[in-house]
Write a protein that binds this ligand. Structure first.
Ligand code: NAD
Length: 331
C-alpha cells in the first residue's frame, strides 16, 4: 500500500493531505484540473516535504485520460468536487454533473487500476436539518439542504450500492479551518469566500469591508450558530489513519465523522481570532441565513476507537495559522 491517487490534491484539504501522506511514507499521485487552486501549490507541497510531487493536470471526469496517465495505484482519495453551497443553488446541474461524473469516473479508474481502498470526501451537510446537535455516524441522513449536499448523499449511496473490488471509507468532514504551520499552503477561495474563516481573514486584511454574522437569536449561549471547527492538518491526518485502517477492515464500506467533538459558536471563533492575533474585526450581526441549522458537532467515539485518530489542534492554533496564511498571500 503505497501509491495513492489523490484527486483534487492541490486544493485546500487535498494539499494538506498530500503533505500528511508523504510524511507517513505514502506516494501521492495527484490529479487536479486547477479549477479552484493554483499550480504554485505543487511547489509549496514540495518545499514543505522536500520531495518531488507526482502531478498531472487532468479532469477527474475523464477516466480514460486519468487511467492512461498514471501507473498502478494502491488506493484513492477522492477530493475533486465543487463545494460552494450558494453556487450549487444557482447552478444545480453543474454540481450534479461535476461531482457525480467525477466520482463515477474515479471509481472506474480505481477498479481498472485494482486499487484496494477508496476514501471519499463527504460532509456533515449530509445530516441536513437534523434536530440532533451532536451527531454520530448512526444519525439518519437528513433532507438535503442544497444541491451540493445532495451530491454528497448521492456520492455516498453510489459507493455503498456498487459491488466494488475496493474497501470504501466515507469521511464526513465537519468545518475545516486553519492552514499548515509553514503558511505555505492554506485555503485559496476564488472570489468572495463561501466559508467563514477566509471571510474573517480577508476582512481583517482589508480585502472585505465587513463580516456579517448570520443571526444572533439562535438558542445557543451567545445566540450564534454552533459548528465543529477542525484544523485542516488534523483532518489531513485522518486520511492517513483511514488508509491504514482500510488494509485491515472487514466491512466493504465504513463511515466516519471527522471533527473535534467540540461545538464553538461563530462569535467564539471571531473572538478567538481577535485575541490570538491581537486585532479587531469589523463585523455586524445580520439576519439569519436560510438553510443554516442552529448547531451541529460530532461525537468522536467511533473514529477514535476504530481509526485511533483524534483532533489535536485547538481553535486558537487554527485561528493563528489561518491569519499567518492570509498574511503570506500579501508577499
Ligand atoms: N472545505 C470544506 O469546508 C469542506 C467540508 C466538507 C467536505 N468538503 C469536501 O472536501 C473536498 C475537498 O474540499 P476543499 O475544501 O479542499 O476544496 P478545494 O476546492 O480547495 O479543492 C478541490 C480541488 O479539486 C479540484 N477539482 C475540482 N473539480 C475537479 C475535477 N473535475 N477534476 C480535477 N480536479 C478538480 C480543484 O481545482 C481543487 O484544487 C471536496 O469534495 C469538498 O466537497 C469540503
Amino acid at each position: 500500500m503505497n501509491r495513492i491517487l489523490v484527486t483534487g490534491g492541490l486544493g485546500y484539504i487535498g494539499s494538506h493531505t498530500c503533505v500528511a501522506l508523504i510524511e507517513a511514507g505514502y506516494h501521492p499521485v495527484v490529479i487536479d484540473n486547477l479549477r479552484n487552486t493554483r499550480i504554485s501549490v505543487k511547489q509549496a507541497i514540495e518545499e514543505i516535504t522536500g520531495k518531488p510531487l507526482e502531478f498531472y493536470q487532468l479532469d477527474a471526469k475523464d477516466s480514460a485520460a486519468v487511467s492512461s496517465s498514471i501507473e498502478n495505484i494502491d488506493g484513492v482519495i477522492h477530493f475533486a468536487a465543487l463545494k460552494s453551497v450558494g453556487e450549487s443553488i444557482e447552478k444545480p446541474m453543474e454540481y450534479y454533473t461535476e461531482n457525480l461524473e467525477s466520482l463515477l469516473s474515479i471509481i472506474q479508474v480505481a477498479n481498472e487500476k485494482k486499487a484496494k481502498s477508496f476514501i471519499f470526501s463527504s460532509s456533515a451537510t449530509v445530516y441536513g436539518d437534523t434536530e440532533e446537535s451532536c451527531v454520530t455516524e448512526e444519525t439518519p441522513l437528513g433532507k438535503p439542504l442544497n444541491p451540493y449536499g445532495h451530491t454528497k448523499i448521492l456520492g455516498e449511496k453510489i459507493l455503498q450500492s456498487g459491488k466494488q473490488k475496493f474497501k470504501t471509507i466515507v469521511l464526513r468532514y465537519f468545518n475545516p479551518v486553519g492552514a499548515h504551520e509553514s503558511a505555505k499552503i492554506g485555503e485559496l477561495p476564488n472570489g468572495i469566500p463561501n466559508n467563514l474563516v477566509p471571510y474573517i481573514t480577508q476582512t481583517a486584511a482589508g480585502k472585505r469591508e465587513k463580516l456579517t454574522v448570520f443571526g444572533n437569536n439562535y438558542a445557543t449561549k451567545d445566540g450564534t450558530c454552533i459548528r465543529d471547527f477542525i484544523h485542516v492538518v488534523d483532518l489531513a491526518e485522518a486520511h492517513v489513519a483511514a488508509l491504514n485502517y482500510s488494509e485491515e477492515m472487514i466491512e466493504t464500506v465504513d463511515v466516519f465523522n471527522v471533527g473535534t467533538g467540540k461545538g464553538n459558536t461563530v462569535l467564539e471563533l471571531i473572538e478567538t481570532f481577535e485575541k490570538v492575533n491581537k486585532l479587531k474585526l469589523n463585523y455586524s450581526i445580520g439576519d439569519r441565513r436560510p438553510g443554516d441549522i442552529e448547531a451541529i458537532y460530532t461525537a468522536t467515539s467511533k473514529i477514535e476507537s476504530t481509526l485511533g485518530w483524534k483532533a489535536k489542534k485547538e481553535l486558537p492554533t487554527s485561528m493563528k495559522d489561518s491569519w499567518e496564511w492570509e498574511k503570506s498571500l500579501w508577499k
